[in-house]
Ligand binder design. Structure first.
Ligand code: NAD
Ligand code: ZN
Length: 258
């Protein structure tokens, strides 16, 4: 077994307020493409920025067209081993929860209860004028059938997915809570993030400066690898499986110390 799995398991086992930080890479094994891989979303489409969305009806149409296209992939996707392991480690009291950049809602579907969604959720639509929220599914269906961008049923306002578009600010409360978790942890586990977008790029540093162990699991190197205690450049599924086995071994040989 990869000795890194045992090291990670030994840090995770006694932790009571560990934090998992996840990016698009945690959901690729559920069939949802990430942004930056060669077959990622950016290889195919140019996302609509928030300013354009506000300015132009054509941009709003293009936004809804793209979102409706990616919608099926999201809604048919199921949580994978990694989502399940994080939910289990939370229920066992090892993790405080998950901070995620993902908008797919798969952590909650896997059973995670404390999830901070930095970039919002694609499972809901939000009115930009009155802040009402609606389930995404029926509105996406409506758009697909009518090809008309829906308006808020309550106030007639502009509606978009409850996700943070380029140029749109993050929610301050969620950001502050994520920083708090990062300051107050002994175990910070990054999974499947390129760590190039803020604030993703800053949370691991906050954790590390406050004494946490920093573990990065990602196929490719990230700019924060030099800061980490352990870097695993491998697929997330097999790595999580290895860590779980190492945890199980620790459980059955608690006194074993070599
Ligand atoms: P990213 O695309 O920038 O990086 C993903 C990283 O994960 C890459 O470095 C890639 O090498 C790695 N990776 C992919 N699959 C992996 C696997 N199976 N095992 C190990 N590593 C793997 O994603 P990001 O850092 O999350 O940032 C981009 C933005 O994309 C986020 O803000 C997020 O909102 C959005 N996004 C979300 C989803 C989703 O909700 N599932 C999907 C695409 C994009
Ligand atoms: Zn409204």
């Amino acid at each position: 077994m990869n000795p890194q799995y045992e090291t990670i398991a030994r840090w995770l086992a006694p932790s009571r307020r560990g934090v998992a930080f996840t990016g698009a890479g945690v959901s690729t094994e559920s069939g949802i493409p990430d942004f930056r891989s060669p077959d990622g979303i950016w290889a195919r489409t140019q996302p609509v920025g928030f300013d354009e969305f506000l300015r132009s009806a054509d941009a709003r149409y293009e936004y809804w067209r793209q979102k409706s296209e990616s919608h099926r992939g999201f809604f048919d996707a199921e949580p994978n081993l990694a989502h399940q392991a994080l939910a289990r480690w939370e229920s066992l009291g090892r993790l405080r929860g998950v901070v995620t950049q993902n908008i797919d809602g798969l952590h909650q579907l896997a059973g995670s209860r404390s999830v901070l969604e930095l970039h919002g959720t694609a499972r809901e639509i939000a009115c930009l004028d009155c802040a009402a929220r609606y389930a995404a599914e029926p509105l996406v269906e409506e758009f697909t059938t009518t090809q008309r961008v829906p308006e808020c049923p309550k106030c007639g306002g502009m509606m978009k997915h409850a996700t943070i578009s380029f140029g749109q600010s993050l929610e301050v409360d969620i950001l502050q809570e994520s920083s708090r978790w990062s300051r107050d942890t002994d175990f910070f586990l990054v999974m499947g993030s390129s760590l190039v977008v803020q604030p993703a790029a800053s949370l691991p540093g906050i954790a590390k400066r406050n004494g946490a162990r920093l573990i990065i699991i990602n196929r490719e190197p990230t700019p924060l690898d030099a800061l980490a205690d352990v870097v695993v450049n491998a697929d997330i599924g097999e790595t999580v499986d290895g860590i779980q086995q190492a945890l199980d071994d620790l459980q059955s040989h608690p006194g074993h110390d070599s």
